[in-house]
Design a protein around this ligand. Structure first.
Ligand code: F6R
Length: 612
């Protein structure tokens, strides 16, 4: 949440900052602001999006080759111009941008008020910049030392950049719990919440660790200190990210582009891991932990949102194929409910962004209790990738649309590989069955490609239901998490209320909602509980509900019952989520577009949820 970008070097900072903000806008978009230093510290900010900020500065002097910018997702204080970042210190000699939450801000604020500081905003961030100014003046220390001392008094999470009017050749950046990357160019530096604003200028980056402060000086080497005042050698990494991967590539929205990327992203997530000829699966990232997994009393999967849905598919897969007990926990509940975790448990944290605050906290909790913690993560260098003992990356590529699509199928692909690997090592599947699954898994990218050809058909259905006020999604077995995911996609981008349910649970309550206005999306693929799902469809029909059925090609039985059907290629039951999810993503996308919703930036949401 909140995007940060900063620049120091020979070029004009403004275009770099604005381009960077646009790349980071997926992280928050309720207000935006920037600060440029050119003999004076100039701050411009406004409510709304980056484009509103552009209009706002149109007639202003925006020159300067040091600056920073911010796009906000409000936590403390409503989204308005006053609460937008950057924030000035009292004497306006310092400015700050911040992503995170200062938890003890109230106590710090009243101390500072007693010392005569006046606050103009409702934010926790303003407290921090006043505190830095107070320390700098009273303790007569350098900017970096004042930041360091202040950060020692702060409880909470932060990624910050501070600029001082009296130090036009210096940027101070620091992080704890919220991500921050420093890009190192030729005589220039970039700072950002992720690498996307940096990639077109340099591929040399340093991912700051928690409690590290970067002291970035013009024409000097990057220096890193910890908040405890230890010097660290910057670990410079090469970015493996292409510019085209973070652009729309001709699609109207990132979400649509990302839906259409799934044949490739699923393939990439399996490449080098699924070995058809040898008949085996390898997951290099967790090789040293295979035995631990095989001996685990229990696997606990922890995640949030869509990643939690992938975790649920993981539970079905691992229990079904490898016969190891699995529990799936919402990270936000897990971390606070005093769970029983032992050294014999293996915890798997799933996260696209690798920055979700609740999942990070769940990881720390599990590590504290001695459990082995593995990650399934999409972003290399992210906090979760680094906090876990080991892990497997989903190679979905950057996901920029706020609604998660290709990350979900990549997570499910990796979990399928994991379940197969464990099954093979445990001998819980006959070899012929194992091989059959492996062959079928290798065909999934093609079947997803075929499914994407249904786009026009899905669009026609979207047109019929675009004005619905409610929707129900039903599935059983492996298709239950698909129903949950379908409903989440619809509600988050189209603002239509939608619920996902195990189909058989419908008669225990939700059936009361069904009338002729209610679209009911049923995933009714052959195998598993197919016959029983047909009965559930009959129950909906008897109450005049409208059935949109996801069925296998040529299934005349359900086709005759349903109001609309979407025919997807047949596959093994355990692999259906990888295919059945696709038309549901498309359905939500088209409905949202038809309702004029901002598909890539739905209201109130942010891509990377770095606050709990
Ligand atoms: C839904 C969505 C969210 C995320 C959730 C977890 O489309 O994107 O529900 O899945 O915020 O995020 P990650 O996977 O980054 O931990």
């Amino acid at each position: 949440m909140c995007g940060i970008v900063a620049y120091i070097g020979p070029r004009e900072a403004y275009p770099i900052l604005m381009k960077g903000l646009r790349r980071l806008e997926y992280r928050g978009y309720d207000s935006a602001g920037l600060c440029l230093l050119n003999s004076d510290l100039k701050v411009f900010k406004c409510k709304g999006k980056v484009s509103d900020l552009e209009d706002h500065v149109k007639d202003s002097d925006i020159s300067g080759n040091i600056g920073m910018a911010h796009t906000r997702w409000a936590t403390h204080g409503e989204p308005n111009q006053i609460n937008a970042h950057p924030h000035f210190s009292q004497n306006k000699s310092l400015a700050i941008i911040h992503n995170g939450i200062i938890e003890n801000y109230a106590a710090l604020r009243s101390e500072l008020m007693n010392r005569g500081y006046a606050f103009t905003s409702d934010t926790d961030t303003e407290v921090l910049i006043h505190l830095i100014e107070d320390i700098k003046i009273n303790e007569k220390v350098s900017l970096q030392e004042a930041v360091r001392i202040a950060l020692n008094q702060v409880i909470g999470a932060y990624a910050i950049v501070v600029i001082s009017k009296s130090s036009p050749d210096k940027i101070i950046a620091a992080r704890k719990g919220s991500p921050l990357v420093v890009g190192i160019g030729k005589n220039e530096f970039f700072v950002a919440s992720d690498a996307t604003p940096i990639i077109e200028y340099t591929d040399n980056v340093v991912f700051l660790n928690d409690e590290e402060i970067a002291i970035i000086r013009r024409n000097d080497e990057l220096k890193i200190l910890t908040v405890k005042n230890q010097e660290k050698t910057p670990y410079i990494q090469k970015l493996e990210l292409s510019l085209s991967a973070i652009e729309k590539g001709g699609y109207d929205h990132f979400m649509l582009k990302e839906i259409f990327e799934q044949p490739r992203s699923i393939h990439d997530s399996m490449r080098g891991r699924l070995h058809l000829e040898q008949g085996l699966v390898t997951l290099g990232g967790i090789r040293d932990y295979e035995q631990k997994l095989l001996n685990a009393k229990r696997i606990i999967i922890t995640a949030c949102g869509t990643s939690w849905h992938a975790g649920l598919v993981g539970e079905y897969l691992i229990e079904d194929l490898a016969r190891i007990p699995v529990e799936v926990e919402y990270s936000s509940e897990f971390r606070y409910r005093n769970p029983i975790i032992t050294e014999e448990d293996v915890v798997i944290a799933i996260s696209q962004s690798g920055e979700t605050a609740d999942t990070l906290a769940a990881i720390e909790l599990a590590k504290g209790k001695g459990a082995t913690v593995l990650g399934i993560c999409n972003v290399v260098g992210s906090s979760i990738a680094r906090a876990t003992h080991a892990g497997v990356f989903t190679h979905a590529g950057p996901e920029i649309g706020v609604a998660s699509t290709k990350a979900f199928t990549a997570q499910v692909a990796v979990l399928t590989l994991l379940a197969l690997l464990l099954a093979q090592k445990k001998g819980t599947l006959p070899t012929s069955h194992f091989r059959r699954l492996l062959v079928e898994l290798s065909t999934i990218p093609d079947k997803v490609e075929q499914t994407l050809k249904l786009n026009d058909k899905v669009k026609e259905i979207a047109d019929i239901y675009m004005n619905a006020t409610n929707a129900l999604y039903l599935g059983r077995g492996y298709n239950f998490p698909v129903a949950l995911e379908g409903a989440l996609k619809l509600k988050e981008i189209s603002y239509i209320h939608a619920e996902g349910y195990p189909a058989a649970e419908m008669k225990h309550g939700p059936i009361a909602l069904i009338d002729e206005q209610m679209p009911v999306c049923v995933i009714a693929t052959r195998r598993g509980t197919y016959e029983k799902v047909i009965s559930n469809i009959q129950e909906v029909k008897a109450r005049k509900g409208k059935i949109i059925a996801i069925i296998n090609e040529g299934d005349e039985t359900v086709k005759n019952l349903a109001d609309h059907s979407i025919e997807i290629p047949e596959t093994e039951e355990i692999l259906v989520p990888l295919i059945a999810t696709i038309p549901l993503q498309l359905l939500s996308y088209h409905i949202a577009v038809m309702r004029n919703c901002n598909v890539d930036q739905p209201r109130n949401l942010a891509k990377s949820v770095t606050v709990e």
